[in-house]
Design a protein around this ligand. Structure first.
Ligand code: ADP
Ligand code: MG
Length: 355
């Protein structure tokens, strides 16, 4: 497999998607407590990024960092507390219901779980026809033709289209979910961990499919994934998230060659390498979050309790670093960007192995 190059997207074009200052706080779920007494979860804090046509931007971060919340806000499945979302120049948050529906046809989503998102009562063709029906395509023959065509494009035969979705393997089901998303001919596809539930060998096939579909259909992808190696393969640019914030944003090439934020460096170091001593050395650089002191959220840098660069620094204790451009096109939210690589003795060994 080849890695995408950052040059295939046009950087100075008007972005297809512009997200600015997005914030979202949830009331923690359940526990029998009344809503007012439940603790709050800050899922997103001042998140800004954009995507130009034909580009893939990755949101990468550990579980709970706010990736799915960001995606849900873009599609207005979740209402953010603050911030703006512009799609093709249109203010998505200000749209009335009817117009939102029309706009939604141009943004589709593929989820991690290809089992949950495909209703077992329907044939694969019916599942792929459904979005066409919902968006007003009344002609049965047209729906059928478009569904079968799209299924063939993702690697399923016309005969397979008549079978029930449960007859298929995980990888094939994800192909069906992709066909269902693409049958509306969308501009933007939000892919939320689309290969996470699949075997590694199948992951590569689905990623290859997504890459060729993007080229052929001029698709724009917002690609959510917790694995940097997978992000590196598919993404032109990558935004690294930590606790609801983007802490670093750069082209994939630049991010792997010169990671500026200590958290990105840890993610790179967490990638498996063959030598167990190297793995040990890497692990010891960052404290485990469970043993780190303080929660780092009151003031200062949220990463400070785990960060070897910030541990002794006053600035990191007292001021929350904003995301700023440190090098051309390369942003980081760190008071001491780039220092992590010079303070640690653990070998980085370049980018994690690709799939
Ligand atoms: P990710 O996709 O990166 O794993 P999420 O966006 O799903 O992260 O979650 C971010 C944070 O918000 C987590 O702490 C999660 O528990 C919390 N969260 C997500 N959805 C809800 C919800 N509907 N109600 C309450 N808390 C939520
Ligand atoms: Mg998620």
């Amino acid at each position: 497999m080849t890695t995408q190059t950052a040059t295939s997207a046009v950087p100075d074009e008007q972005p297809l998607l512009e997200v600015s200052g997005l914030s979202k706080t949830y009331k923690a779920k359940g526990g029998g407590l009344r809503p007012r007494s439940r603790p709050e979860v800050k899922a997103l804090h001042d998140v800004s990024f954009d995507i130009v046509r034909g580009e893939t931007v990755g949101l990468v971060g550990e579980s709970g960092s706010g990736k799915s919340t960001a995606a849900s806000c873009v599609l207005r499945l979740v209402e953010p507390d603050a911030g703006s979302i512009r799609f093709d120049g249109i203010d998505v948050r200000g749209l009335p219901r009817g117009e939102l529906r029309r706009l939604r046809a141009r943004m589709q989503m593929v989820f991690q779980d290809p089992y949950g998102s495909l209703d077992p009562r329907f044939s694969v063709r019916e599942l792929v026809e459904e979005p066409l029906l919902v968006h007003g395509e009344r002609d049965e023959a047209t729906r059928r033709d478009r569904a079968v065509q799209m299924l063939e494009r993702v690697g399923l035969s016309a005969a397979q289209a008549e079978r029930n979705a449960h007859a298929f393997s995980g990888g094939q089901r994800q192909r069906i979910a992709i066909a269902r998303a693409l049958v509306m001919n969308p501009d933007l596809v939000v892919l939320d961990e689309p290969v996470t539930a699949l075997d590694v060998s199948v992951q590569a096939q689905v990623l290859n499919l997504l890459t060729s579909l993007q080229r052929e259909l001029n698709l724009t992808y917002l690609f959510i994934v917790h694995d940097l190696a997978v992000a590196q393969y598919l993404c032109h640019r990558i935004a690294v998230m930590y606790r609801g914030e983007i802490v670093e944003l750069a082209t994939a090439q630049e991010l792997f060659a010169r990671p500026l934020h200590p958290y990105t460096v840890t993610l790179l170091m967490a990638a498996p390498v063959p030598d167990p001593d190297v793995m040990d050395a890497r692990r010891s650089v960052f404290q485990d979050p469970a043993t780190a002191q303080g929660d780092g959220t009151a003031q200062g840098c949220p990463l400070r309790p785990r960060c070897p660069v910030g541990a002794q620094r006053a600035a990191c204790a007292t001021s929350h670093p904003a995301l700023r451009e440190v090098a051309p096109g390369h942003k980081a939210a760190c008071h001491f960007p780039g220092e992590m690589l010079t303070t640690t003795t653990a070998p980085l060994g370049g980018a994690p192995s690709s799939l």
